[in-house]
Design a protein around this ligand. Structure first.
Ligand SMILES: *Cc1c(COP(=O)(O)O)cnc(C)c1O
Length: 368
């Protein structure tokens, strides 16, 4: 009898793309029972007093026997109003901005086409390039995580990237690279530049009005980091000419009915989320201050809802694991990029959860 496993192994080896066979899927660690400070989620729940109105809205408007509206016009208008997106610009929605990254890449895909991003930055840029068979060029940041403008301009000139992704504030470093450098890059880029503003709620920096200056610019946002990560809703803003093309690779009905209705409801009550993000910004400053009082850590400034820290050499994995044993899950970045050696990333949370994390860290650092 032919062994089923042998057949599968042979067929997978034969048919699955070789570069894919070598990869592993995006790792999401099990956080059950842990204080979850690894994924930049907003810790605050949707207020209970809004639950009933929300459920009524869902019962009334989410007709789940039907396909959702393919263009979600009502949701787009609500987003335009809250995000102050001018009528001049088109809005494209994605199942999270992750999907928008994929759609933009699919729209330019072709032999010899390159995606470029400073590194370390958001890992999806590289992942999506790999999935689609596009070339990927990561340009290292400086040792203190500033943008290396000369290196960037040099690589742009040499590689002629179809897309440059710039996350501002950058994940996982938390910083902004400064308007002057960004402008130089947008001006030098032969193709699209996508400014990824996933953390816009936590900073005063805002590049939406740069769309006027640069026809090759797109601005991307998401509702994930402000308290709606479960909805999966990303927003791409830019010239209608680009959006019309990118829209062609969007799968029909990519924004489901429950997301459309719930996001609209949330946008009607957006002051709730704005208040929560203001609180998180306040907590961020307190967390940074407290972390700086711990010996054995260097703490980077942050314009986002997370803080990057560097441990003493060789300590990151031990500290990360010991924190899990203390019930706190943060992100280990050590090992993911040479510049991130000994680095950990802590999501800013409520006063209570930050306190838990600090107490655990104090204990773990003392054990050394
Ligand atoms: C979290 C994050 C995203 C992904 O957002 P989703 O909308 O949840 O897919 C995009 N860009 C950056 C830089 C991020 O950190």
């Amino acid at each position: 009898m032919i062994d089923r496993r042998d057949v599968l192994e042979e067929q997978i080896h034969r048919w699955i793309r070789p570069e894919l066979q070598k990869l592993s899927a995006y790792p999401v660690p099990d956080a059950s029972g842990l204080t979850k400070l690894d994924a930049m989620e907003n810790p605050f729940e949707f207020p209970e007093e809004l639950h009933r109105a929300w459920f009524e809205r869902l019962a009334e408007q989410a007709r789940i026997n039907r396909y959702p509206h393919p263009e979600a016009p009502a949701l787009k208008s609500a987003l335009r109003a809250v995000m102050k997106i001018d009528e001049r610009w088109e809005v494209l929605l994605g199942n999270g901005s992750d999907e928008l990254i994929q759609m933009i890449a699919m729209a330019v895909k072709g032999t010899g086409r390159t995606i470029m991003a400073p590194e370390p930055s958001f890992v999806l840029y590289r992942m999506v390039a790999t999935f689609l068979g596009l070339d990927y060029v990561g340009v290292p940041l400086t040792r203190d995580f500033e943008l290396d403008l000369e290196a960037m301009l040099h690589k742009i000139e040499r590689e002629q990237p179809a897309i440059v992704f710039l996350a501002q504030p950058n994940n996982p470093t938390g910083n902004l690279w400064g308007d002057e450098k960004l402008r130089r890059i947008i001006e030098a880029a032969p193709g699209l530049v996508v400014l990824d503003e996933a953390y816009t709620a936590f900073t005063d920096a805002d590049y939406l009005n740069w769309l006027d200056d640069y026809p090759n610019l797109l601005v991307m946002r998401t509702l994930s980091k402000v308290g709606l990560a479960g909805l999966r809703l990303g927003v791409l803003v830019g010239d209608a000419a680009w959006c019309e093309q990118i829209n062609k690779v969007r799968l029909p009905y990519n924004i489901n009915s429950l997301t459309q209705v719930t996001a609209r409801f949330a946008l009607d009550h957006f002051s709730v989320f704005e208040q929560q993000t203001r609180e998180l910004v306040k907590q961020r400053e307190r967390l940074i201050e407290s972390l700086r009082q711990l010996s054995g850590l260097s703490v980077f400034d942050s314009e986002a809802n997370f803080v990057l820290v560097r441990t003493e050499p060789g300590q990151a994995a031990r500290i990360h694991q010991a924190l899990i044993e203390q019930g706190v899950l943060i992100k280990k970045l050590d090992g993911s990029h040479p510049l991130l050696a000994d680095c950990l990333r802590i999501t800013v949370s409520s006063e209570m959860e930050n306190g838990q994390c600090l107490a655990a860290l104090r204990q773990v650092l003392a054990q050394h």
